[in-house]
Design a protein around this ligand. Structure first.
Ligand code: NAD
Length: 367
């Protein structure tokens, strides 16, 4: 997604460094150690910078509610519960996903750099947000990675051919680093549209694209209210049976293989917690006998980008390019945050104990 939807809009903006400082202050107020608050701010602000507002600072109210529920645990760290050499099982203990996923990737990166490959099974993490963030951490270390994720016990998506919600929006992500160039980063939810996008459409009184939703009887609808008012409908998996199949393998690889949990009648969540499990496979490209790998990758990208443009299209993007374009725009112009989201974030800041005068000082930075 590029920033086109905000171009020329009157949505107020805030500089990324100011937003980062506000997020840090909120979590330090809540009781996070400075490093934890910093990692959470790094992640949430980066999600906004890349255009994925559904996984940015707008998550703060949900995290504060999960903390109040006694679900999200502050100042906990990833624990390697089994080390089998090329395979690590890591327990997240419902700690901040922004911390435990960072630490799980650090462990996997170190191992892959030593022996060429590492599969990391992270289980029981509180929301780990935008998965591309973790792939980019691997890519910065020069490593290829792919990631299968479930949203354990939080179904929003119907199986292909089904009429009610049974699966999370289970994201898949893969990244390929390129020396001297930005990495290729593919990162998407396996639902036709992200849940957050239905919330935006609902708040704005708009319809969603055809094929993205079914109502409570399993009938197609474009009305986002089926995701936000009872009786609830469901998101559809992207790409019919193929998206459903990928979502199912995300569920099994992340939730079953590494000792986490999958979504079924016994595991349905009833709190504000969002629990993610993630299987990450991290590979050192230098471990292959492939001196031409980078040239071949670059030649392929150049080849597809040279395709004549279809009607109404102005650019062919490589995976990860739309996020880079948005990041450049938002670093220059600030991050747009709508008034309703900002009010919710300020309310969460008050809820974790920040003084009203301090909240007002931070709030004034959104212009
Ligand atoms: P999306 O539909 O915006 O797709 C993003 C991917 O498609 C990116 O790799 C992007 O570079 C590529 N892309 C976008 N437009 C393109 C174009 N015109 N041409 C070529 N490539 C293009 O993403 P989404 O499905 O809305 O997912 C949003 C985010 O939500 C992701 O970061 C995902 O990790 C995250 N998510 C997290 C959870 C969780 O529980 N932690 C659950 C679901 C989704």
């Amino acid at each position: 997604m590029t920033d086109k939807e905000f171009a020329g809009s009157t949505t107020p903006r805030i500089a990324a460094d100011q937003l980062h400082a506000f997020v840090r202050a909120i979590w330090e107020q809540a009781g996070s150690a400075p490093r934890e608050a910093e990692l959470v701010a790094d992640h949430l602000v980066a999600a906004n910078l890349t255009g994925h507002d559904s996984h940015g600072v707008g998550m703060i109210p949900r995290y504060a509610a999960s903390l109040a529920d006694g679900q999200l645990q502050l100042n906990l760290h990833a624990e390697v519960v089994k080390d089998a050499g090329a395979v690590l099982t890591v327990e997240g203990h419902k700690g901040f996903g922004q911390v435990v996923a960072f630490e799980a990737m650090e462990a996997g990166i170190a191992r892959a750099q030593r022996i060429g490959i590492c599969a990391v099974g992270l289980r029981g993490a509180h929301h780990i947000g935008r998965i591309g963030h973790w792939a980019e951490q691997c890519a910065r270390a020069g490593l290829v990675s792919f990631h299968f994720v479930n949203v354990a016990g939080d179904p929003l998506v119907a199986p292909f051919g089904g009429a009610d919600r049974r699966i999370g929006t289970n994201p898949f992500c893969a990244a390929y680093p390129r020396p001297g160039k930005p990495p290729l980063v593919l990162d998407f939810a396996t639902s036709t549209v992200a849940y957050g996008k239905t919330r935006v459409a609902y708040n704005q009184g708009k319809q969603v694209p055809p094929g993205a939703l079914i109502d409570h009887e399993g009938l197609p609808t474009a009305d986002p209210k089926v995701m936000h008012e009872e009786p609830f409908g469901s998101l559809t998996p992207f790409g019919g049976h193929k998206g459903f199949g990928l979502a199912a393998m995300c569920e099994i690889f992340s939730g079953a293989l590494a000792g986490g949990f999958t979504t079924h009648a016994d595991t349905l969540g009833t709190t504000n917690a969002i629990i993610n499990c993630m299987l990450s496979v991290i590979i050192d490209p230098a471990a292959f006998d492939a001196p031409d790998a980078q040239a071949e990758a670059d030649a392929f990208i150049a080849w597809v980008k040279a395709s004549p443009l279809a009607a109404g299209v102005d650019h062919i993007y490589e995976p990860g390019e739309p996020e880079r374009v948005t990041r450049a725009e938002r670093e220059a112009q600030g991050i747009p945050v709508d008034a309703a989201t900002w009010t919710q974030i300020c309310t969460a800041a008050l809820a974790v104990g920040m003084h009203a005068d301090e909240v007002a000082r931070w709030s004034a930075l959104l212009k």
